[in-house]
Structures are given as structure tokens and as C-alpha cells.
Design a protein around this ligand. Structure first.
Ligand SMILES: NC(=O)c1ccc[n+]([C@@H]2O[C@H](COP(=O)([O-])OP(=O)(O)OC[C@H]3O[C@@H](n4cnc5c(N)ncnc54)[C@H](O)[C@@H]3O)[C@@H](O)[C@H]2O)c1
Length: 248
């Protein structure tokens, strides 16, 4: 087991990539904290892990609120759990694809708030706990969109580009404290988030990758496990893009 004795906090773990990562980390021996805005789906992820004999609890959390994030980490402290691993995975969409010239303030603000500010708020709280123990791994979910750009998604592209840059900046700051920060920038992955995109885009997605298919959440969870475990002990500030060859 690669994560035996570790505590992993995974945001947005009620669905998709986060749920697959939570399940894999639990099978690898981690105790898992599910920080999810959807109370029902977060509790369901915890229940599935417990049913397999793992340890998990869910805390209803809005990562775009620094108060909510502070309460999440307080709940972890109150349990007497440490924080060894943080996966900043929570993600949202707002209104599908919209040209930049027509994008509303809200479409801009809520995406930046969840993906970029949310990643920062959780990172800040995690570092406070990790630095006292001189160890930790933080994994941020960027996107191939943040590397190559996605038309009609100015806010999402900017937020994910920001997450990739945040990864680089914070990683240099905290590596001397024993904390490694890295980023995963997936291509198209089969999760409910794709439902927010125009249905006409779906048939084209597999063709965008030379592998000829879109990815599965478990294929991202496997990369997260690598970055969370000692297998990646010399990897700092990097962005790995599992995308089937779509963006190289
Ligand atoms: N699926 C893809 O093709 C793809 C590609 C690149 C990057 N990503 C990124 O991967 C991450 C996971 O996405 P997914 O594909 O699994 O989507 P998903 O919709 O299946 O899961 C996202 C989860 O985040 C939760 N969430 C939303 N807002 C939240 C908030 N404010 N606080 C806490 N939780 C919140 C949702 O309730 C949901 O459970 C996201 O950051 C997404 O941008 C996904």
C-alpha cells in the first residue's frame, strides 16, 4: 500500500475524478476526507469507501469560500487527523461555452472563485498543517485547456492557467519545508462535467487525441496516486498532462 498511514483531503470528491481518486487512495491505505459542496454525493463517496473497509468522512464544503475551507480544516483538526495529502480537484462550469465578448461577470467570477481561489484557500490551510511536520504532497487539477487554451472558456482557461502557475510558485516556496506541489492537467475525461459542453462536441472529443478516445477518471486517479506517493519523491512544481496525446 502506497499511502498507508496518510490522510488525504480531496475536494470535489463526490463525482468524477475526485471520487475515483478518493477510492484509489483509500484502497492504498489512506484515510480520506471528502470536501464536497454537494452533501449527498460527498456522503455517498464516504459510504462507498467505508463499505470497502476504508476510513473516510465527508465535510460539506464550498472551496470558493475561505470561511468554508477554514471550517473544513478545523473539522479535520477536531478529529485529531493530520493532513498529509491535498488534492485540489473541485471544479464547476457556468453556462457552457461562451465567447469572451459575451461572457458575463458571473461566468468569469464563479469559475475563478472555485478553480483558482478555491485551490489557493485549501493550499493555504494545508500548508499550515504540513509545515509543522515537514512533509506533504499537494496535487492541483489544472487542465489541458490551461496549457493549450479552449475557445469559449476564457474564465476556465485563465483559472486553469493560474492553477498551473500557482503550482510553480508555491512549490518553490514550500519544497524547503518538505512539501511537494504538482499539477495534473487532463485532456477530455469521461465525467459529468462534460455534460455542460454542447452535445455536438462529444463525437469530436475522441478524435482530438491520437489515442482515439477520451480518458477515464481512474486514469487521472493513477497519476494523482503517483504524485501523492513517495514514487514521485523528486518531482516538484511539475504539470503532468494525461491527455491521450491531444496536447504534447
Ligand atoms: N473531465 C474533464 O474532461 C476534465 C479535464 C480537465 C480538467 N478537469 C478538472 O478535473 C476536476 C474534476 O472534474 P470532474 O471532471 O471530475 O468533474 P465532476 O463534475 O464530475 O466533479 C467535480 C466535483 O466538484 C464539486 N464542486 C463543484 N464546485 C464546488 C465547490 N465550490 N466546492 C466543493 N466542491 C465543488 C462538484 O459538486 C463535483 O462533485 C475539475 O477541476 C476539472 O476542471 C476535468
Amino acid at each position: 500500500m502506497k499511502l498507508k498511514g496518510k490522510v488525504a483531503v480531496i475536494t470535489g470528491a463526490g463525482s468524477g475524478i475526485g471520487r475515483a481518486t478518493a477510492a484509489l487512495f483509500a484502497r492504498e491505505g489512506a484515510r480520506v476526507v471528502i470536501a464536497e459542496i454537494n452533501e449527498t454525493s460527498g456522503a455517498e463517496t464516504a459510504r462507498r469507501i467505508q463499505a470497502e473497509g476504508g476510513e473516510a468522512f465527508s465535510v460539506t464544503t464550498d472551496v470558493s469560500s475561505s470561511e468554508s475551507v477554514a471550517a473544513l480544516f478545523q473539522a479535520i483538526d477536531d478529529r485529531g487527523w493530520t493532513v498529509d495529502i491535498l488534492v485540489n480537484n473541485a471544479g464547476n462550469t457556468e453556462g457552457g461555452l461562451t465567447p469572451a465578448a459575451e461572457m458575463t461577470d458571473r461566468q468569469w467570477d464563479v469559475i475563478i472563485a472555485v478553480h483558482l481561489s478555491g485551490t489557493f484557500y485549501c493550499t493555504r490551510e494545508a500548508i499550515k498543517r504540513m509545515k509543522t511536520r515537514k512533509q506533504g504532497a499537494i496535487i492541483n487539477l489544472g487542465s489541458a485547456a490551461g496549457l493549450g487554451g479552449l475557445p469559449g472558456a476564457a474564465s476556465y482557461t485563465a483559472a486553469k492557467g493560474g492553477v498551473i502557475a500557482l503550482t510553480k510558485g508555491v512549490s518553490k516556496e514550500v519544497a524547503p519545508l518538505g512539501i511537494r506541489v504538482n499539477c495534473i492537467a487532463p485532456g477530455w475525461i469521461e465525467t459529468p462535467i462534460l455534460d455542460s459542453l454542447p452535445a455536438a462536441m462529444r463525437p469530436a472529443m475522441p478524435q482530438m487525441a491520437p489515442l482515439g478516445r477520451i480518458g477515464q477518471p481512474e486514469e487521472i486517479a493513477a497519476v494523482a496516486l503517483f504524485l501523492a506517493s513517495d514514487d514521485s519523491s523528486f518531482i516538484v512544481g511539475q504539470t503532468i498532462s494525461p491527455n491521450g496525446g491531444m496536447y504534447t
